[in-house]
Design a protein around this ligand. Structure first.
Ligand code: AMP
Ligand code: GLY
Length: 425
């Protein structure tokens, strides 16, 4: 089959790399892609916001499946328009993508379905938001309702900071995404993610991961899209995974279907492992970035075939096999990230990859035959090992073979698990 992949980040490079290995793939197209992805797919100049042109391209190129990488086109309803044109799509409808597109929608759904999550209040005005603060203890968790590129959450230690943040949010700090807020209880625990494929009925567990959202070592400093990740997440034991599937994922999929918004694609549950069990922090309607990179390193099946089965409602009876080892990825970002990243810095990747390691491109451009940084998160340096410690060592060895003077990375990706491994040894 011919497949069209939409997106341009490290997640999409990893998906392209795995799709290209699919026995059922004939030809892979990608738009807009990036220089790394160009080694796996033919890049085409398509604008994902122009749904009619994407549909026409699919008809002209005999595309059997469109894989939508990022959330924005899903929330904008691209999957709906392609399905209306008779094209199979991996990714949810606009209605189902509200699970990521509106935090308030998801909280209300959790309430209706009895899904464990933080206690919350929705606020449409600053007065409502101020009044809601009194219902919670510090630290205060304030969330812009809509999409804010992973930066729409403020955790304020005290009431003054919370009031200032509220004022900024209603003043347009996150644009329209902050026109409504969710204020919720602060949850204590360790975070982990579980991925599940679903066609609206059948559910297939699709791996676990942990990422590092803060820019600084020891998980300090501002939030980012993610500075590194590893998979699997040993904290999500088989028992806990079962609990998440039974108490969180299944009731979500069943409620969405019962309410006429069947969810199809990958459902990414961000979880807090609290003393009273796993609770949902948020849903995403796509793979995590950089979590996808570590999942793809370990996935052993035919990715195009399983995504097509998902798109066609034929997931029942399928299985997903992952290698038993660990994959770990380190994000090389451009200096300045997550603020204003320095663009145009030269990158030399010669000799970077060795056996068991892989460099995914996230924010790179080709300029006169050489490679330069063109985004905040630039490269995802990924390695596999028998333990998190070994994968970490191999990933940093690959990082050290890369020449990227205007880049930086955290040197402690995986630290929690590496420490636990040391105490076990
Ligand atoms: P989100 O965009 O909802 O994933 O939130 C971003 C980050 O904020 C999460 O990864 C958590 O680290 C933190 N966070 C969000 N909600 C809560 C909560 N209720 N309690 C504690 N931390 C939270
Ligand atoms: N790494 C976090 C995310 O993709 O949302």
């Amino acid at each position: 089959m011919n497949v069209l992949l939409l997106g341009s980040g490290g997640r999409e490079h990893a998906l392209a790399w795995k799709l290209a290995q699919s026995p059922s793939l004939t030809k892979l197209y990608a738009a807009p892609g990036n220089p790394g992805l160009a080694q796996e797919a033919e890049l085409v100049g398509l604008d994902a916001s122009d749904h009619a042109t994407v549909a026409r391209f699919c008809e002209q190129h005999d595309i059997a499946l469109v894989v939508i990488g990022p959330e924005a086109p899903l929330v904008a309803g691209l999957a709906d328009d392609l399905r209306t044109a008779g094209i199979a799509v991996f990714g949810p409808s606009q209605a189902a993508a509200q699970l990521e597109g509106s935090k308030g929608f998801t909280k209300d759904l959790c309430e209706r379905a009895g899904i464990p999550t933080a206690r919350y209040v929705r606020a449409n005005t600053i007065e409502e938001a101020r009044a809601a603060l009194s219902k919670f203890d510090p630290p205060y968790v304030l969330k812009a309702d809509g999409l804010a590129a992973g930066k729409g959450v403020v955790i304020a230690d005290g009431i003054e900071q919370a009031e200032i943040a509220l004022a900024e949010m209603f003043d347009g700090r996150f644009g329209d995404a902050g026109a409504q807020l969710v204020i919720e209880e602060f949850l204590e625990g360790e975070e982990a993610s579980l991925f599940a494929l679903t066609d609206g009925g059948a559910i297939l567990s699709f791996g676990t991961a942990q990422d590092h959202k803060r820019v600084g070592e020891g998980d300090t400093g501002p939030n980012t899209g993610g500075m590194g990740a590893y998979s699997p997440a040993p904290v999500l034991t088989a028992d806990l995974q079962r609990q998440v599937l039974d108490d969180i994922i299944r009731p979500t999929v069943e409620t969405m279907r019962a309410e006429g918004m069947p969810y199809s694609g990958v459902l990414y549950a961000g979880l807090m492992l609290t003393d009273t069990g796993p609770k949902l922090i948020e849903y995403n309607c796509r793979f995590g970035d950089p979590e996808c990179q570590v999942l793809m390193m370990r996935f052993e099946g035919d990715l195009a075939a399983i995504m097509l089965a998902c798109a066609r409602g034929e997931l029942a009876g399928r299985d997903a096999r992952f290698a038993g080892d660990t994959a770990l990825t380190v994000v090389l970002a451009a200096k300045g990230y997550p603020g204003t990243p320095e663009k145009g810095g030269a990158i030399d990747l010669a000799d970077a990859e060795a056996s068991g390691s892989k460099v995914f491109h996230a924010g790179t451009s080709a300029q006169g035959g050489s490679l330069v940084a063109s985004g905040g998160r630039v490269l995802n340096v990924t390695a596999r090992g028998r333990s998190v410690g070994e994968a970490q060592r191999l990933a940093y060895e690959a990082v050290d073979r890369i020449d990227f003077p205007t880049g930086f990375c955290r040197r402690d990706i995986g630290w929690r698990e590496v420490e636990r491994e040391k105490t076990r040894d």
